[in-house]
Design a protein around this ligand. Structure first.
Ligand SMILES: *Cc1c(COP(=O)(O)O)cnc(C)c1O
Length: 223
């Protein structure tokens, strides 16, 4: 299938599986492909691109200049603190806040550019193999300090389900992230958590059924 056909299928799935399709956005993960392929993606009208390496975004940005392409770059991987300064002037959203010191660095760099950066708290809900994301207990301790950072806008939660588990287990993980968002909106965030970034090529349909608002889909687009 072509890139366009694949993307149309995913956009169609959003309507089919999400209870609130108008709130859902596709983050086209482009970490596997070059700028020419990205242009094919952009032609379909999808312009939120997910990348997980600072240097790669920097290179692709040179090949896809801002005055020609309207791209919203989303950072979806493990972000090293010493790299934040390179992306702070333009990054549209960071999905992967996994420690206080990273949030503080983004806050500081955003401030120096006179902007506020949208971020998501990445949570290791299953507390299993994958070491990505905050452990819940640590995050709970950090919330008061995170809330004081004025140049980041904590606008939701993100998680990654473990790969190739059974469907019900994945569904439970996504559901728990949604329930956590609802609970925390009452307890700490005063309704400011709007986004749920969950679901990839393997499991985005389940994520949509459980209320995802940002699905991060890569490999399925290029098949
Ligand atoms: C690569 C990646 C994706 C996309 O995964 P696919 O299985 O290719 O759809 C989504 N989220 C994160 C954090 C990733 O690193």
């Amino acid at each position: 299938m072509t890139i366009k056909e694949n993307i149309l299928e995913i956009l169609d799935d959003i309507k089919k599986y999400s209870p609130n399709p108008e709130k859902v956005k596709l983050v086209a993960v482009t970490k596997y492909v070059d700028s020419d392929t990205i242009k094919e993606v952009l032609k379909t009208g999808v312009n939120i691109l997910g990348e997980n390496k600072v240097q790669v975004i920097e290179e692709k940005r040179k090949e896809l200049p801002e005055n020609e392409y309207d791209i919203k770059w989303h950072f979806i991987g493990n972000l090293q603190k010493n790299k934040v300064k390179y992306i702070a002037s333009y990054i549209d959203m960071v999905h992967s806040i996994n420690k206080l010191s990273l949030a503080e660095e983004i806050d500081k760099r955003a401030k120096s550019h006179n902007r506020k950066i949208d971020v998501l708290l990445e949570i290791n809900i299953s507390e299993e193999e994958s070491k990505e994301g905050y452990i819940l207990k640590e995050l709970l301790e950090d919330i008061p300090k995170l809330l004081k950072l004025e140049n980041i806008n904590i606008c939701g939660l993100m998680t990654m389900a473990p790969f190739e588990e059974d469907e019900e287990k994945i569904r439970t993980i996504f559901r728990n992230l949604r329930l956590l968002k609802e609970k925390w909106n009452k307890e700490y965030f005063n309704g400011q958590l709007k986004e749920l970034s969950m679901g990839m090529s393997q499991d985005y349909k389940i994520a949509l059924e459980e209320g995802a608002t940002l699905i991060r889909v890569g490999s399925k687009i290029y098949k």
